[in-house]
Design a binder for this molecule. Structure first.
Ligand code: ARG
Ligand code: ZN
Length: 472
């Protein structure tokens, strides 16, 4: 009997081991992974972002020569697998991929449209932290937004600037390009002597390399959505300073845009401290601005810590708007592009608050001006602000259309009317604090607003946030 049992167990051993490997993946042998999803099913940009992993850190090492427009890049992406992976995708548009490694080993890859699929030599385990290195080069090409605007890597007469809302960042680095996956960044830019190179975060070092070029190392420790990453190369004039409360400032202004230093942007230090008083502590270590040559873009963008302006801004409201995005959009980022009214509604409402606190119309007067189409109070009050509910733009070409901004701001004002100033400003600060450096959705906001104020706001949501008809 004993002999027979032993023989049996010897026979069964390999089968048991194989079963163990399948169920636990703990044999030290290769795990059985499956492909990560090629998109995150965003309601407006279903292919944006990728499933199966989350990025912790991007190290981007970029060489750019404005003379020939050539970019040489190395992206080292540190991510955590959320499932066992046999392959995973990165979003990447244009440029040539020269090689990909995962955990230091050569990986196979292929490209279809804007999807770069990477197949590591060995499958990745669930929970594994892994490093992907992509070497690439070429002339980056800007994309046309669904609404026709330009985004991505945009060249100027003597340089370039990168802006990524919503999906333009894939034109200059491979990544998980959806706002729900935020990560820390180190962006190193090497440019010919005489050029400045500006990005997000803090300038760690500015050195010369053996070829006489200048190397700028920028560090962003706080999580950043990839659409907010920027890189600006050009013969900029750089100014630094500090706000009265001690927030560091670093700004770059293109030649010919000197008006930026005396115009509305000159009040930036004061605006930073005013905003902190209204919304809570400034979310980043430094503030500032990048003023690119007028005509480069048709909009400004709240690139993290240092918004990009196309030409010297002419209105204080615009500067206040991009600054307010640092709390609403950059620190508290949308979970999906459907939640963008949380960015634009708050940033627009900040303009009304700034006016209210600085001798302009009150927020109530702004609200009434939009209701009445009174362009004397606000020149934008004549726009089609009620064309659709702010929480559901009809399509991707409408995610930055007027209702998202103005009706978004009106939702916030309606809450203020219902709950009063004390509860309203506690709600605004609490929202920014509770989701600081995170992501949030519209449903989370409405639930939070009711919980925080202890009031039923269903009517406000039904009529102002989701209602199709023009609110009365
Ligand atoms: N988020 C930017 C702002 O309001 C606007 C981006 C506009 N983008 C576009 N494709 N139209 O500050
Ligand atoms: Zn905005």
């Amino acid at each position: 009997e004993y002999v027979e049992l032993r023989a049996l167990s010897r026979l069964a051993a390999p089968a048991v081991a194989a079963l163990l490997a399948l169920t636990t993946g703990c044999t030290g042998e290769t795990v059985q992974g499956r492909p990560g999803a090629s998109g995150l099913r965003d309601p407006y940009f279903p292919r944006a972002g990728n499933g199966g992993y989350q990025v912790d850190h991007y190290a981007l090492d970029l060489d750019y020569d404005p003379a020939d427009g050539q970019l040489h890049g190395t992206a080292v992406i540190t991510a955590r697998a959320e499932q066992a992976l046999s392959s995973f995708n990165l979003d990447f548009s244009g440029l040539d991929v020269e090689g990909v490694t995962v955990q230091g080993e050569g990986a196979r890859y292929n490209r279809t449209g804007t999807e770069l699929t990477v197949r590591p030599a060995e499958d990745l385990e669930k929970g594994e932290v892994f490093r992907t290195r992509v070497d690439y080069s070429g002339k980056p090409k800007a994309l046309a937004d669904p609404d026709g605007a330009k985004e991505g890597w945009v060249t100027t007469k003597d340089g370039a600037v990168a802006v990524g809302e919503p999906v333009g960042s894939m034109t200059w680095f491979p990544g998980n390009h959806h706002p729900s996956d935020k990560a820390a960044y180190d962006i190193t830019l090497t440019v010919p002597r005489g050029y400045e190179a500006v990005s997000n975060g803090e300038l760690r070092s500015r050195t010369g390399d053996a070829d006489g070029r200048t190397v700028f190392a920028w560090h962003s420790p706080e999580p950043m959505a990839s659409y907010l990453a920027t890189a600006a190369v050009g013969p900029y004039k750089v100014t630094t300073g500090r706000t009265a409360s001690g927030i560091g400032l670093y700004s770059a202004v293109a030649p010919g845009e000197e008006a930026a230093t005396t115009g509305p942007l000159a009040r930036l230090p004061e605006m930073v401290d005013w905003s902190a008083g209204r919304f809570g502590p400034y979310p980043f270590a430094t503030a500032g601005a990048i003023v690119v040559p007028a005509g480069t873009l048709t909009y400004a963008l709240e690139t993290q810590g240092r918004p990009v302006y196309s030409g010297a801004p002419e209105d204080e409201e615009l500067v206040v708007h991009e600054l307010a995005h640092q709390w609403f959009g950059d620190s508290v980022s949308p979970k999906s592009w459907k939640d963008i009214w949380l960015n634009e509604g708050f940033a627009t409402y900040a303009e009304w608050l700034w006016a209210e606190d600085h001798g302009g119309p009150t927020a109530q007067q702004h609200f009434e001006a939009f209701l009445a189409g009174d362009t004397d109070v606000d020149k934008d009050a004549g726009v089609d602000w009620d064309a659709f509910p702010p929480a559901s733009p009809p399509g991707p070409e409408e995610i930055t259309a007027a209702p998202v901004y103005y009706r978004g701001a009106m939702v916030l004002h309606r809450i203020r009317q219902e709950v009063g100033d004390e509860k309203f400003f506690a709600l605004v600060r609490g929202w920014a604090a509770d989701h600081r450096h995170g992501n949030a959705s519209t449903a989370e906001f409405t639930a939070y607003a009711e919980k925080r104020t202890g009031q039923d706001l269903k009517k406000v949501w039904d009529v102002w946030l989701y209602g199709k008809a023009r609110p009365k």
